[in-house]
Design a protein around this ligand. Structure first.
Ligand SMILES: [Zn+2]
Length: 253
């Protein structure tokens, strides 16, 4: 029991630290600024942050959410993304235990978090995220080579269907970024979990987007990335249970 608590704390702190990198990625990728070369700075006055302003979560609280130099308010997005990424890592650890799978899923979830925020704002998924998740999928394939067909089929199962949809609707039905995303997550999760993630994403997308359109007069254009990401994340946690539940349903007939 104690080791579970200790590992949860470890994964949580690790997630918060990676979460602050996720913030940098969210901010800099759309404006094509280097993610690693430039030191972290205030986006308003350019003040370069010193080490004690770079401690995730705590710096935000300590500085009262303001730049120390120009007193501009720092977006609440920073501590939210950091905390969320920490929670995600703890949940994945509790769901998968310490394994290669767990580490790959954590990294993928951080990428999903970043691309969701960017897709929400710009209606586009930068291709680098899909390449990153595809690489994680390749590592999964190599480290679990006995089940290779799961992953190779996963690469095409949902993405192939979406590609057809893309051709039929002449690109209006689904964006290219979403197709590549489902190909990459398919290679990482295997076809069964990927299909489950996709279906959950579609359900969440229609419910949440229609609600938003009704109350906030939100855009008619749907940024699908955030919903697909949520679906994939849920499939990482409960997908195995859903698959065996589904199979046992059929077995009773
Ligand atoms: Zn400033």
């Amino acid at each position: 029991m104690l080791d579970i608590v200790l590992f949860s704390v470890f994964f949580g702190l690790y997630g918060i630290v990676i979460g602050s990198f996720v913030n940098v990625v969210i901010l800099r990728i759309p404006i094509k600024e280097s993610v690693t070369l430039t030191r972290s700075h205030c986006m308003t006055c350019g003040h370069v942050l010193s080490w004690y302003e770079l401690i995730p979560l705590f710096s935000y609280l300590f500085l009262g959410g303001k730049c120390r130099h120009c007193k501009t308010h720092i977006s609440i997005q920073y501590p939210i993304v950091e905390a969320l990424n920490g929670i995600i890592y703890v949940v994945l650890y509790l769901a998968c235990g310490i394994s290669v799978e767990c580490i790959l899923y954590c990294l993928c979830a951080s990428a999903l978090l970043a691309l969701s925020v960017i897709d929400w704002r710009t209606k586009e998924i930068p291709v680098g995220f899909n390449i990153f998740i595809l690489l994680l999928g390749l590592i999964r394939l190599v480290t679990d080579i006995g089940n290779w067909s799961q992953y190779v089929i996963g690469l095409f199962a949902v993405s192939g269907f979406l590609f057809l949809l893309h051709l039929i609707t002449k690109g209006r039905g689904i964006g290219g970024g979403d197709i590549k995303l489902m190909a990459a997550t398919g290679l990482l999760l295997g076809w069964q979990l990927n299909i489950i993630g996709f279906l959950i994403g579609c359900i969440l997308g229609s419910i949440i987007h229609l609600t938003l359109m009704a109350i906030k007069k939100a855009d008619r254009v749907l940024a699908f990335g955030p919903y697909l990401s949520m679906g994939v994340f849920i499939a990482m946690i409960w997908g195995e249970q859903l698959v065996s539940w589904y199979l046992s349903m059929w077995a009773t007939f």
